[in-house]
Design a protein around this ligand. Structure first.
Ligand SMILES: N[C@@H](CCC(=O)N[C@@H](CS)C(=O)NCC(=O)O)C(=O)O
Length: 218
């Protein structure tokens, strides 16, 4: 199987983490045709990475769909990254949805657009939105932060939180996890797992290189 990935992509990082954790036979490659071209959309209708290409040529986009496919098909007896218990599985999906539909939509995307030179940046409003979204995570993870196995929800959340820590200083939050002890405990825990911290470090390095290239172009 081939995983089309970009090193700075938080979404591709999820699948790379999973591949490391579950020792999956996945070859990580850059996209075979340039992003944002007609050729890319023709081959990969959703127009984004990550994309998993199976040995038969079928493709799957959307990180969550890829992760569930891999977890269901590639580990005999089921991946340990998906809880057997239905409630724990629902909690796993809830954390994944929190990362994508709350934290990313309401806090990360506005910060990212601002960092990329968006106009009318209201730093105070962005910091306040970020605090509000982190407070949701703080409450959500209370009781889910420690004493259990890592799951796909954690893998989905970790790269999003990494990006928020990279971008929050621009709106005056040098340490966005300060004041959110559950989130901090969770962050320390996931970072104590090598496959997670190594993948996050790849994302961090690639993001810094990306920022430097933007500065050089400006
Ligand atoms: N919901 C998608 C998001 C994927 C996504 O946004 N990927 C970005 C890279 S981080 C991308 O491919 N962007 C292409 C573009 O902006 O043209 C997922 O979970 O896979």
């Amino acid at each position: 199987m081939k995983l089309y990935s970009l090193p700075h992509s938080p979404y591709a990082a999820r699948v790379r983490m999973q591949a490391r954790l579950d020792s999956l036979p996945v070859q990580v490659l850059p996209p075979p045709v340039p992003l944002r071209t007609e050729a890319f959309f023709e081959r990969f209708p959703l127009g984004k990475v990550p994309v998993l290409e199976l040995d038969g040529g079928e493709t799957i986009a959307e990180s969550w769909a890829i992760m569930e496919y891999l977890a269901e098909t590639q580990v005999a007896g089921g991946s340990p990254l998906v809880p057997v218990d239905a409630l724990e599985r629902a909690q796993m999906r809830m954390v994944g949805r929190y990362a994508d539909l709350h934290l990313a939509v309401n806090a990360l995307f506005p910060l990212f657009r601002a960092a990329m030179g968006g106009c009318d940046v209201d730093a105070g409003a962005m910091a306040s939105a970020l605090r509000g979204e982190l407070l949701k995570g703080e409450r959500l993870l209370s009781g889910l932060a420690v004493g259990r196995s890592l799951n796909l929800g954690d893998i989905a959340l970790a790269p999003t939180l990494l990006y928020l820590q990279e971008l929050a200083p621009a709106v005056g939050m040098a340490d966005p996890l300060q004041g959110f002890p559950q989130l901090q405990t969770w962050w320390d825990w996931v970072n104590s797992i090598d496959a997670v911290s190594e993948t996050l470090q790849e994302v961090r390095v690639a993001y810094h290189a990306f920022v430097e290239s933007m500065v050089a172009k400006a």
